[in-house]
Design a protein around this ligand. Structure first.
Ligand code: NCD
Length: 307
């Protein structure tokens, strides 16, 4: 049965765990997966700039032995002629076995999924969700920390527009014993709908602060984010807020020895390059984990579509 993944909540906790288990198996036995998607085609439809997410999907499909068709530039596609997302999804379904789509508008991936005849994976819809980044994040935390239970997770930066933050909180809140420290300027606080839907109903402990220094010693995981320039209504606000937090070696000295530092990338200024040498920096491992989790998800959705 065809099934799409638009929101991380489309996957149950059992399924998230299963996807991580498959990713671990892929890491251990890559050759066993090298032919699993032979003669299948992934179409990547990216209406918004991306390097790692699109290439991660593409590399994932190649490593499964499948093929890729990709639309990288919305300006050169029929969208520029005024074609609707619904029509694009119907048309692309004639060529693709599975679609990964990124779009600047919240809800666009859902519209595509409702009109496509093949599975659609949301590769980011505006400031809303980014479920496959969350899959990368979950595998990274599980590999580095051994699980999720009892972790204090600090999320720092643009918690308002950062879709990776929204999806990660939705996912982690379903694991027991997680708590949050939400670190942001007043203007970039976590939207209340995320708090109301994911954090409060489960009674998850959380605190909000503007101070990264104050939060540092409490954290098991620090998830840094970029201030999302493209979602601001005026440049002045962006310029004022863009360097609110810069993680540097001096701040790292305040962190625990077993802290892990994550970032969905691209980074701008929020983590200084000198932190890359710190063994607690995990953001490049996160990129690799993203590819394995996308392999795992593509396999699952294609298998389900065939049954
Ligand atoms: C993120 C995104 O697109 O939301 N990037 C990514 O997919 N790895 C984070 C960002 O752009 O800041």
């Amino acid at each position: 049965m065809k099934r799409s993944v638009i929101d991380i909540l489309d996957l149950s906790v059992e399924e998230l765990n299963g996807l991580m288990d498959t990713a671990e198996d892929i890491i251990a036995h890559p050759d066993d997966y090298a032919d699993r998607c032979r003669r299948k085609k992934l179409v990547t439809l990216f209406f918004e700039p991306s390097t790692r997410t699109r290439m991660s999907f593409e590399a994932a499909m190649y490593e499964l032995g499948g093929n890729v068709l990709s639309m990288t530039d919305a300006a050169s596609s029929s969208a520029s002629k005024g074609e609707s997302v619904a029509d694009t999804a119907r048309v692309i379904s004639c060529y693709a076995d599975i679609i990964a789509m990124r779009h600047p508008k919240e809800g666009a991936a859902l519209v595509a999924a409702n009109n496509a005849t093949v599975p659609v994976i949301n590769a980011g819809d505006g400031g809303h969700c980014h479920p496959t980044q969350t899959l990368a994040d979950l595998l990274t935390i599980r590999r580095e920390k051994g699980g999720f239970s009892g972790l204090t997770v600090g999320l720092c930066g643009d918690l308002k527009f950062g879709r990776t933050v929204h999806s990660l909180i939705n996912a982690l809140s379903r694991y027991d014993g997680v708590r949050y420290v939400l670190i942001s300027p007043e203007e970039l606080k976590l939207p209340s709908y995320v708090k109301e839907e994911a954090i409060k109903p489960r009674g998850i402990p959380y605190e909000q602060t503007e101070s990264l220094e104050e939060a540092m010693p409490k954290l098991d995981v620090l998830y840094m984010t970029r201030v999302q320039k493209e979602r601001f209504f005026n440049e002045e606000d962006y310029l004022r807020l863009k360097d609110s937090y810069i993680l540097d070696p001096a701040k790292m000295t305040l962190g625990r020895r077993d802290l892990i530092v994550m970032h969905p990338l691209p980074r701008v200024n929020e983590i200084s390059v000198a932190v890359d040498r710190d063994p607690r920096a995990c953001y490049f491992k996160q990129v690799l984990n993203g590819k394995y989790m996308r392999m795992s998800l593509i396999l699952k959705l294609l298998e389900e579509a065939a049954s």
